[in-house]
Design a protein around this ligand. Structure first.
Ligand code: GAR
Length: 220
């Protein structure tokens, strides 16, 4: 298969991370995180997490970005940041192939991933998968509520505030214990697009902060 350098295709086989070396002890103290992006993923939350880990604000290392196709915009963003990419197309054996791509990861962050996560991944990473959603859950969540649809619903409902939620992932859409919510106002003249932009800026603060919190709480 014609995988570009640093990018692996998980139609069939195994892992995307490199083995931890003993060369840098600090590396071993940082949690290994992989980020799953969806087919529409721009990769801005993924980039915010990568930057926060590199700036030392989050004690983690992003091992891999997992995308459903190589032409997802987030793939180019990840490659620009020098983060390894694994391409795992949905289809037969999707759960097992995702688990293989995530080998070596301790945590998984969903960023713009709009499918239900296969059971195989939830079983392999119990209480170790986070998601970000662009509303104050439980409001404006559930199946079919993602991206601009969420902001359209918030504006249509005449809400005075919105924001984002980082939560643990379960087998249901947008459920699971909330780690962190960050709020922002909805302005009277907001369109779904202008609200989306404001919420996204909040997301870029919230996701790294939520990851920092769960890592600090968790015994390694
Ligand atoms: C983000 O706004 C995220 O909250 C949303 O998709 C966008 C991905 O943007 N996720 C959902 O709606 C999940 N229900 P990004 O690719 O720039 O990070």
């Amino acid at each position: 298969m014609g995988a570009r350098r640093g990018r692996r295709i998980f139609g069939l086989s195994s892992r995307c991370g490199s083995a931890i070396t003993l060369a840098d002890v600090k590396e071993t103290e940082r949690a290994s995180v992989s980020i799953l992006v969806g087919s529409r993923g721009r990769g801005s939350n993924m980039a915010a997490i990568v930057e926060a880990t590199r700036a030392g604000r989050v004690p983690a290392k992003v091992q891999c970005v997992v995308a459903p196709a190589s032409d997802v915009p987030a793939v180019a963003v990840a490659e620009g940041l020098g983060v390894p990419v694994a391409v795992v197309p949905p289809g037969e054996g999707y759960g097992e192939r995702l688990v293989a791509a995530l080998a070596g990861s301790e945590w998984v962050c969903l960023a713009g991933f709009t499918r239900l996560l296969p059971d195989e991944v939830l079983r392999r990473f119990p209480r170790r998968v986070l998601n970000i959603h662009p509303s104050l859950l439980p409001k404006f969540g559930g199946k079919g509520m993602y991206g601009i649809r969420v902001h359209e619903a918030v504006v249509a409902a005449g809400e005075m505030e919105s924001g984002c939620t980082v939560h643990y992932v379960t087998e249901h859409y947008d459920e699971g214990e909330v780690v962190l919510q960050m709020r922002c106002p909805v302005m009277p003249d907001d369109t779904p697009a202008s609200l989306a932009e404001r919420v996204l800026a909040v997301e870029h603060q919230a996701y790294p902060e939520a990851l920092r919190r769960v890592l600090n709480e968790q015994p390694s």
